[in-house]
Design a protein around this ligand. Structure first.
Ligand code: 5GP
Length: 137
């Protein structure tokens, strides 16, 4: 596991606007916020992303996320929040230390959700659902 800027923030080797800390997690403002109050929640134990994080750390992280989300909403007056994780370069992940984005949203903030795509046929979606069920088995 490579050293990352988030590991450095956890070790206090890099500055950050820290908003929350407990035994397992740290939360701080994103340096390039999508909207003011954009907060990142990271586990102190390093994992790259959803593909390798253990259940215990995932649970601790998301328990903190819910608590912090409410505080971010209260502090910013956000009308909504996007709470998301990017997993892998193709999904936009840049820092390979698991983290959850809490992004305050406003009806007039100019962001649009990704456009939806259509399946070519009902058979195509059914086949893909079957493939995912098989991968889960
Ligand atoms: P990703 O694209 O990996 O999901 O998101 C990484 C996030 O980390 C980006 O939103 C970026 O602005 C933020 N970020 C990158 N470097 C730093 C840093 O040194 N400090 C803080 N506070 N945020 C950072």
């Amino acid at each position: 596991m490579e050293d990352t800027v988030f590991a450095k923030i956890i070790r206090r080797e890099l500055p950050a606007d820290i908003v929350y800390e407990d035994a397992d997690t740290l939360a701080f403002l994103d340096i390039h916020p999508n909207n003011p109050g954009h907060t990142l929640v990271v586990p102190k134990k390093p994992f790259r992303n959803i593909f390798d994080i253990d259940d215990e750390t995932l649970t601790a992280t998301w328990r903190a996320v819910r608590k912090i989300a409410r505080a971010v909403q209260a502090a910013t007056g956000a009308e909504g929040l996007n709470v998301n994780t990017n997993n892998g370069s193709a999904a936009g992940q840049v820092v390979f230390h698991y983290h959850v984005h809490i992004i305050p949203r406003f009806a007039d903030d100019g962001f649009r959700l990704w456009p939806g795509k259509a399946y070519p046929s009902a058979a195509a979606s059914a086949a893909l659902a079957e493939k995912i069920r098989h991968a889960l088995a």
